[in-house]
Ligand binder design. Structure first.
Ligand code: MN
Length: 262
């Protein structure tokens, strides 16, 4: 039997399960909020064209208004100034959109400390137990933040006024670890449950937003606002990420699926 026939049979018999890692996309889906003086993106908005009415008696359709970085989305290298000469979202090779993934679970640490940062030592300890990070695969960083994804203030780690003096509080990755993941490990990119790959406090790091700076600068990728990482095995999942090939785009809302052996 062919490999693809084997896969279809495994899907039919549920020996392989499809896990949806994508947050539902609606006008209330939390989006990044940058402080003054920076420009911000918009939430998703549907603009009805017709709905079985005079404007189109047998059909319903909408125009969509959204940012490239709204909801579960894919960061292309060109998103950051360090990657400005790199791929835009349409140039990410299709064969890199199907890739192995491992899950590093720091939900307990993040629950205790919303400013928790992943360090090189954490990843080294994980590798000692589970093996090397996947060559050309995703490091999926579980923080438990997906449970907050329908409450914008909790999800974004801000108080009701929007920001406190120290900025938002969400977990992330240290400067040293971000540089190491970008430059010294074979990963394709980093996937997170938070609104962006960087910590809420990363505006004050040196350099600011190190995940964006180092990973995108190294031609690697980011996946954000993932859900259901708790349903994935520590190793062995295959992730299928489908950003829209927006020509010249810096990213795209993305359906992210994982294939998991049961
Ligand atoms: Mn982004």
């Amino acid at each position: 039997m062919s490999v693809l026939q084997d896969l279809l049979e495994a899907l039919r018999s549920r020996r392989v399960e499809v896990v949806d890692l994508t947050a539902p996309l609606h006008p209330g889906t939390p989006i990044l909020r940058l402080p003054e003086p920076f420009a911000n993106t918009i939430p998703l908005r549907l603009e009805e064209i017709s709905r079985y009415d005079d404007r189109g008696p047998a059909w319903y359709w909408n125009d969509i208004h959204t940012g490239e970085h709204t909801g579960t989305h894919f960061d292309a290298p060109v998103h950051w100034v360090t990657g400005r000469d790199g791929e835009d979202i349409s140039q990410v090779p299709a064969d890199r959109l199907v890739a192995p993934a491992v899950v590093l679970d720091f939900a307990a640490e993040s629950a205790k400390d919303p400013d928790f940062l992943l360090e090189i030592s954490h990843v080294r300890a994980w590798e000692a137990e589970h093996g090397p990070l996947p060559d050309g695969g995703w490091l999926l960083y579980r923080t438990g933040w997906d449970a907050r994804s329908e409450d914008a203030a909790q999800f974004l780690g801000v108080d009701s006024s929007g920001h406190d003096e120290n900025g938002p509080h969400t977990p992330g990755i240290s400067v040293e670890c971000a540089r190491w993941l970008a430059e010294q490990t074979p990963v394709l990119g980093v996937g997170v449950e938070t609104v962006g790959t960087d910590a809420g406090g990363a505006h004050s790091f040196d350099p600011p937003f190190p995940c964006h700076s180092f990973l995108l600068g190294a031609g690697k990728y980011g996946l954000t606002q993932l859900q259901n990482l708790s349903r994935l095995p520590t190793t062995g999942a295959v992730v299928i990420a489908g950003p829209l090939p927006i020509v010249g785009g810096s990213g795209s809302p993305t359906r992210v699926l994982a294939l998991v052996e049961s």
